[in-house]
Write a protein that binds this ligand. Structure first.
Ligand code: SF4
Ligand code: SF4
Length: 68
């Protein structure tokens, strides 16, 4: 399961651009700083590779193993 902490997100979309499954996309929500925050479009397709967690410069993403 991919947990995105919207509070820390700065809307850079490095997570989306680097997800090998291409399952991270802009949501319809903005956080308190005005950034459009991402969401996982197809959680069942996530491979738990943690690329998004590792690449997020704000450490806003935590991938939980084994739970989609
Ligand atoms: S990489 Fe992090 S800061 Fe950038 S859009 Fe994704 S969650 Fe937000
Ligand atoms: S863990 Fe990997 S497959 Fe899942 S959303 Fe993040 S980058 Fe994409």
């Amino acid at each position: 399961m991919v947990n995105i902490n919207e509070f820390y997100c700065k809307g850079c979309y490095l997570c989306a651009h680097n997800c090998p499954k291409q399952i991270i996309a802009p949501s319809s929500k903005r956080n308190g700083k005005g950034y459009v925050v991402p969401f996982v479009t197809s959680p069942e397709e996530c491979s738990n590779c943690k690329t998004c967690e590792l690449i997020c410069p704000e450490m806003a993403i935590v991938v939980e193993e084994g739970v989609n």
